[in-house]
Design a protein around this ligand. Structure first.
Ligand SMILES: O=P(O)(O)OC[C@H]1O[C@H](O[C@H]2O[C@H](CO)[C@@H](O)[C@H](O)[C@H]2O)[C@H](O)[C@@H](O)[C@@H]1O
Length: 275
């Protein structure tokens, strides 16, 4: 598949220069939505998924941007409660967890997609089975409505873990989502980052999406699709570089930023442009 930003019907009208892009956004800031993935975008990746924290400067930058745009949302594969814990101090930011199977608007209660709830017991059993059957070195992350199988600290296990995960998905009728040294098993419920973004930008005038991994490419595609049908809509897709799946993501983006810390600097500068 050609990179999304080179497809003949999806050619971005986005200026590739970030200064120009923020100037264009400033003219429609009240109709602008900013979306951020969490792991690898706001937070640097580490060995232990429970230990990661946002890069020091990103939360302050998002806080400064929030009053200047219509809406800010975090769209992640993490549960909403995890995001709330890590981003707790951020007022007025919407959280979409588990690829949109959960959400919380502006600090409100967490709402779960009803169609996913019957899958909780299956996921719990699957996590137990993974812990029992997968070789030592695999990290099993149970997220209530999904199970992530990690091999970051034991890269040699990647192939075996993916084979096991795919076999379980086939057996149980689950969906799989690949990522950075991780395979995730999810309920067969139609919800992904692209669907979330597509719904949230229906009446927006501009949107920026910042992401680092392959699941974020669907979100980029939703921004592109909106731009393709509305010449007045202004969409920008930004990749945060990663050494694993990053090339594919960068190929689909308008801009690439080096790291979560660099994203913090980029957003701080942006908040001055939207002032
Ligand atoms: O949608 P995201 O917010 O980007 O979440 C994607 C996955 O992120 C986490 O895994 C990744 O980050 C870990 C911590 O840095 C790292 O150890 C792992 O190798 C990465 O794949 C999270 O643990 C997963 O559940 C998410 O699916």
């Amino acid at each position: 598949m050609p990179p999304l930003n080179l497809g003949s019907d999806q050619q971005p009208r986005t200026p590739m220069d970030a200064d120009e892009a923020w100037r264009t956004t400033a003219g429609r800031a009240a109709g602008t939505v900013l979306f951020f993935d969490f792991d690898g975008t706001l937070a640097p990746v580490g060995d232990d998924p429970t230990a990661v924290q946002p890069a020091p400067n990103v939360l302050a930058a998002i806080e400064a941007l929030a009053p200047r745009v219509r809406r800010i949302a975090i769209v992640s594969a993490r549960p909403v409660e995890f995001l709330r814990d890590r981003l707790g101090g951020l007022a007025g930011v919407d959280l979409y967890g588990l690829y949109g199977l959960e959400h919380s608007y502006s600090g409100g209660d967490t709402v779960t997609e009803p169609a996913a709830l019957p899958w909780v017991p299956t996921m719990a059993e699957l996590a137990d089975l993974a812990r029992a059957e997968l070789p030592a070195g695999t990290l099993v992350e149970f997220k209530r409505l999904s199970v992530a199988l990690h091999w970051r600290t034991a890269p040699r296990l990647g192939e075996a873990v993916q084979e096991w995960g795919q076999a379980q998905a086939d057996r149980l009728g689950l969906r799989v989502q690949g990522g950075r040294m991780v395979l995730e098993l999810k309920p067969p419920v139609d919800r992904d980052k692209g669907m979330v973004i597509g719904e949230l930008i229906r009446d927006a005038e501009a949107a920026w999406y910042f992401g680092d991994d392959v699941s974020d490419i669907r979100a980029f595609a939703a921004v592109r699709a909106r731009a393709a049908t509305d010449p007045d809509f202004f969409g920008v897709c930004v990749a945060v570089a990663n050494p694993e799946t990053g090339q594919e993501v960068a190929d689909a983006a308008d801009l690439t930023i080096d790291s979560p810390a660099a994203l913090g600097d980029f957003l701080s500068q942006a908040s001055h442009r939207l002032a």
